[in-house]
Ligand binder design. Structure first.
Ligand SMILES: *Cc1c(COP(=O)(O)O)cnc(C)c1O
Length: 458
C-alpha cells in the first residue's frame, strides 16, 4: 500500500496545553467582554488567533541562538543574516528591523509623501496604516475574482494588470513604488503567480517605477508557484524565491511569518539610493544598522529559519496541514474562502450564521461560539475589524465577514486540526438555533477590534 503523508520533522521538546470546561470558558469570555484578544493564553486550548510569531523554532535555530553576537556594531550575526538574505533574495542591501511594520515605517518614511499613491494587491492593514498616516493613498488593484469566496482559481492573490495600468496612467507622478503582497493575506493567504509578478514588472518598467514585495509569506507563495504554476514543478523553492525577487526592487519582511522566529523583520533592496534613504530612519527608529531592532541571537535564528523554510519538505508539511483542516471542513460542508490559502482558513460566517443580522456581527459571534464549544481561539476578520466609515461613522458592512483560523508553523499536530474541525462542526450543526449575535458596548475610533467591548445578545 502507498505510505501515508507524514511530517518532515520529529518532536524534541513539548509544551503542555490545557483543556477547560464550558462553564469556565463562559465565565472567561464574559470577563473578556466577548473579545478574544482579551483572553489570557492559558484560557485557550488551541490558539488559531494568528500565525505571526507563533511558530516553533527548530533545534538548529535554538542552537544558533547560542551563537548570537551581541556586539553593538559589526555583529557577526548581522553578517550571517545578511548573507542568507543575499542568497535567498538576490538583494544586496539589508536593514534589520524589530518586525514587519517597522520595516514599513523605515522604508516608507523615505519614500511615501503626502499625496503619494501606492498601488498594490490588498495592502496589509499595517501597510495601509503606514501609507494613510502619511496622507497618501493605498490603491487596491487585486483581481475581482478574489472577492468571490467560492471560486476556485490557483492564484487568487494576483494584481489585476488592467487596474494597475489604469492606476499608473492616472497617478504615475505620485507613485513612489508598487507593492505586491505575497501571499495576499487580506484575500485569504492567496498566492500571486510568477506570471503576474512578470506582468507587474512590465507595467512598472513602462512607467519607470519600482516594485516592493511585502514578503511575510514569500516561501509559502513559492510553494504554490511550484505546485500550481506551469514550468515550476522541477525548480527548488530557493530557485523560485530568487526568481520572484528578481522581478522586484526591494522587500519589506515580517520575519514572524515565513522566517519562523517569534520577533523580527527587515528591509532588503538592490538599490543603494533606497538603502541610503532608509538608513537615515533606521537609526532613530530602530537602532544602529547592524542590529536594527533585533538581538544578535535573533538574527542568527532568523538566518537559519529563512534557510529551513525555503526547503520544500518544511513547506509541504505546513501546507499539507492547512489542507488537511480544509478537507475536514469540506467533509462537514462548512463554507470557507476557496481554495484554501497558505496559513489560514477563512470561514464564511455570513453563510454559516445566516440568521444573525449583520448588525450583530456574525463572524464575531461564530468566533465566540467556537471558543465556548472547545476553547479554540480564532479571529474575526469582518465587520468589526472593518471599523466605521471615517465620514458617516456608520459600520462598514460592504466587505466579507470571516472567521479566520490561523495555523501556527510546526506547533500543532493533525489531531489538533481534528479537534478544531469537530468543534466547528458542532457549532455548524446548531447554526439555525443561533439567531442573535453581539452588540458593541465600547469601541476605539480606529483598530477597534483589539479592544472592543461587546455584549452577548443570545
Ligand atoms: C504581519 C504582516 C505585516 C506586518 O508585520 P509585523 O511583523 O506584524 O509588524 C506586513 N505585511 C504582511 C503581509 C503581514 O502578514
Amino acid at each position: 500500500m502507498e505510505l501515508p503523508f507524514a511530517e518532515s520533522w520529529r518532536i524534541k521538546m513539548v509544551e503542555p496545553i490545557k483543556k477547560s470546561t464550558r462553564e469556565e470558558r463562559e465565565q472567561w469570555m464574559k470577563e473578556a467582554d466577548y473579545n478574544l484578544f482579551q483572553l489570557r493564553s492559558e484560557q485557550v486550548y488551541i490558539d488559531c488567533l494568528t500565525d505571526s510569531g507563533t511558530g516553533a523554532m527548530s533545534d538548529r535555530q535554538w542552537a544558533a541562538v547560542m551563537m548570537g553576537d551581541e556586539s553593538y556594531a559589526g555583529s557577526s550575526s548581522f553578517f550571517h543574516l545578511k548573507d542568507t538574505i543575499n542568497k535567498i533574495t538576490g538583494f544586496e542591501y539589508v536593514i534589520p528591523t524589530h518586525q514587519g511594520r517597522a520595516a514599513e515605517n523605515v522604508l516608507f518614511s523615505h519614500l511615501v509623501k503626502a499625496g503619494s499613491v501606492v498601488p498594490g494587491n490588498s495592502h496589509f492593514d499595517t501597510t495601509k496604516g503606514h501609507i494613510e498616516s502619511r496622507k497618501a493613498t493605498a490603491l487596491d488593484c487585486t483581481i475581482d475574482e478574489a472577492k468571490d469566496t467560492q471560486l476556485e482559481i490557483p492564484f487568487k492573490g494576483n494584481v489585476d494588470p488592467k487596474k494597475l495600468e489604469k492606476a499608473l496612467a492616472e497617478h504615475h507622478e505620485n507613485v513612489p513604488f508598487i507593492i505586491v503582497t505575497i501571499t495576499n493575506n487580506t484575500a485569504g493567504g492567496q498566492p500571486v503567480s510568477m506570471q503576474n509578478l512578470r506582468e507587474v514588472r512590465a507595467i512598472a518598467d513602462k512607467y519607470g517605477k519600482r516594485v516592493v514585495l511585502d514578503s511575510a509569506r514569500f516561501a509559502e507563495n513559492a510553494y504554490f508557484i511550484k505546485t500550481r504554476e506551469e514550468g515550476y514543478a522541477d525548480k527548488t523553492i530557493k530557485e523560485i524565491a530568487l526568481e520572484m525577487f528578481s522581478l522586484a526592487d526591494g522587500m519589506t519582511m515580517s520575519a514572524k511569518k515565513d522566517g519562523i522566529v517569534n520577533m523580527g523583520g527587515f528591509i532588503a533592496t538592490r538599490h543603494e539610493d533606497w538603502y541610503e534613504g532608509a538608513k537615515r530612519f533606521c537609526i532613530p527608529f530602530e537602532g544602529y544598522l547592524t542590529y536594527g531592532g533585533m538581538n544578535g541571537r535573533d538574527m542568527e535564528a532568523l538566518a537559519v529559519g529563512l534557510d529551513e523554510n525555503t526547503e520544500f519538505e518544511n513547506l509541504e508539511t505546513r501546507i499539507h496541514q492547512v489542507e488537511f483542516l480544509a478537507g475536514l471542513l469540506d467533509e462537514y460542508g462548512i463554507p470557507y474562502q476557496r481554495p484554501v490559502g497558505g496559513h489560514a482558513i477563512f470561514v464564511d460566517a455570513d453563510k454559516v450564521l445566516t440568521k444573525v443580522p449583520k448588525e450583530e456581527f456574525p463572524a464575531q459571534t461564530l468566533a465566540i461560539e467556537l471558543y465556548l464549544e472547545a476553547g479554540v481561539r480564532g479571529c474575526e476578520i469582518g465587520y468589526i475589524l472593518a471599523d466605521r466609515d471615517p465620514v458617516t461613522r456608520e459600520n462598514r458592512f460592504g466587505g466579507l465577514d470571516l472567521l479566520r483560523l490561523c495555523v501556527a508553523r510546526r506547533v500543532y499536530t493533525d489531531n489538533h486540526m481534528r479537534v478544531i474541525a469537530a468543534a466547528l462542526k458542532n457549532v455548524f450543526d446548531r447554526r439555525n438555533e443561533i439567531t442573535r449575535g453581539v452588540e458593541i458596548v465600547w469601541e476605539a475610533e480606529l483598530m477597534r477590534h483589539f479592544t472592543v467591548k461587546l455584549k452577548k445578545l443570545f
